[in-house]
Design a protein around this ligand. Structure first.
Ligand code: NAP
Ligand code: GDD
Length: 329
């Protein structure tokens, strides 16, 4: 059975990809960085089926050692500093993880086994101040954050190692994708978590930034499937993965609050703290190449996505409330 290495296995996408590869009977090796407390919430249900190995995108030798020891046929590089606002406050660290980390992994592959197939987690954030609508694999990049700039570097170094060394290296230009496992600071999960807390009487308000930004939001498990499909093709290529629909943050709010019979305008406060030094105003992707060549298409609509995230957060907070009541009884 093939072996796959996933960097960023503790993240949203890493956890879904690990589930998918286990279903396909892969041996899954998950690289995690050393932390003082264990942070395996998203993979605890499959932890016993994964080989967890310590390594860090900042440390070249750790990457070389992992490739030599586990001899994977596929490497999925999902690890990154992925939160755009943090990239403005920690731009150098973001460059180290999100840009140079890609070169460290590609160079480890070149040295240890250039036949390894490589997936790079590129991002629609690279389109930034968009040059055309919708965005395709041929749309020029104009990143608007240190994160976006770092991802452009990661994208082009992947193309460069493919062209220079013949490595089977693919870059998936993925538009925003969400799920109940999304980090709580990202706007979708911040909203659905806020809705659940307000509905259950645990909060009275939700503070947000720019409500006019438009995103092409899809469902994370669909996007993990696209990553895998890219590495099963005859030739390495880059693909846009997106739903082809765009909605602004206000529409997400309306859908999430109205689903639980609340009016978002009574609870949402716009707060300057959550505005960014430079914004990405509009993202909408054209995934027709992925549709034609990979047979990929999204399975969940925008409304279904909002509702499944609200449901998951309400269930989570109800469980927490029941546990607290049981302890105090
Ligand atoms: P995420 O939830 O933030 O997960 C990031 C992962 O990277 C975590 O497992 C984190 O480990 C790990 N990591 C960070 N720095 C590391 C380092 N120096 N060495 C090793 N591991 C490190 O991100 P995600 O949403 O799953 O996204 C996965 C990838 O796709 C990222 O590269 C992201 O930039 C990219 N992407 C995401 C989207 C999206 O909408 N989700 C869209 C386009 C591209 P800890 O658990 O220790 O923090
Ligand atoms: N996080 C956040 N918090 N965003 C807010 C808020 C808020 O309180 N209020 C408004 N927004 C707006 C942001 O200004 C942005 O325009 C939009 O909501 C989406 O923000 P995020 O959910 O943080 O995602 P992102 O689009 O910046 O980045 C995500 O998608 C990229 C793909 O395009 C991340 O997952 C990146 O890692 C990924 O590459």
């Amino acid at each position: 059975m093939p072996t796959a290495l996933i960097t960023g296995v503790t993240g949203q996408d890493g956890s879904y990809l690990a589930e998918l590869l286990l279903q396909q009977e892969y041996t899954v090796v998950g690289m995690v960085r050393r932390t003082s407390t264990i942070n395996f919430d998203r993979i605890k249900h499959i932890q016993s089926q994964i080989e967890i190995v310590q390594g860090d995108l900042l440390d070249q030798i750790s990457l070389i050692n992992i490739l030599q020891e586990y001899q994977p046929q596929e490497v999925y590089n999902l690890a990154a500093q992925s939160f755009v606002p943090t990239s403005f406050t920690q731009p150098v660290l973001t460059g180290e993880f999100t840009a140079l980390g890609v070169t460290r992994m590609l160079d480890a592959i070149r040295i240890v086994d250039p036949s390894i197939r490589f997936y790079q987690a590129s991002s629609s954030e690279m389109f930034g101040k968009v040059r055309e609508v919708p965005q395709t694999e041929r749309t020029p990049f104009y990143p608007r954050s240190p994160y976006g700039v770092a991802k452009v570097y990661g994208h082009w170094i992947t193309v460069n190692y493919r062209e220079s060394y013949g490595i089977f290296a693919c870059s998936g230009i993925l538009f925003n994708h969400e799920s109940p496992r999304r980090g709580l600071e990202f706007v979708t999960h911040k909203i659905t978590n806020g809705v659940a807390r307000i509905k259950l009487g645990l909060s009275q308000e939700l503070r947000l930034g720019n409500l006019d930004a438009r995103r092409d939001w899809g469902y994370a498990p669909d996007y993990a499937r696209a990553m895998w499909l890219m590495l099963q093709q005859d030739r390495p290529e880059d693909y846009v993965i997106a739903t082809g629909e765009t909605h602004n943050v206000r529409e997400f709010l309306e859908e999430a609050f109205s689903y639980v019979d609340l009016d978002w305008q009574e609870f949402v406060i716009q707060d300057d703290h959550f505005y960014r030094p430079a914004e990405v105003d509009l993202l909408i992707g054209d995934a027709s190449k992925a549709g034609q060549q990979l047979g990929w298409e999204p399975t969940i609509t925008f409304v279904e996505l909002v509702r499944l995230m609200v449901d998951a957060d309400i269930e989570y907070w109800e469980r927490r409330l029941k546990q607290a009541a049981a302890i105090s009884a």
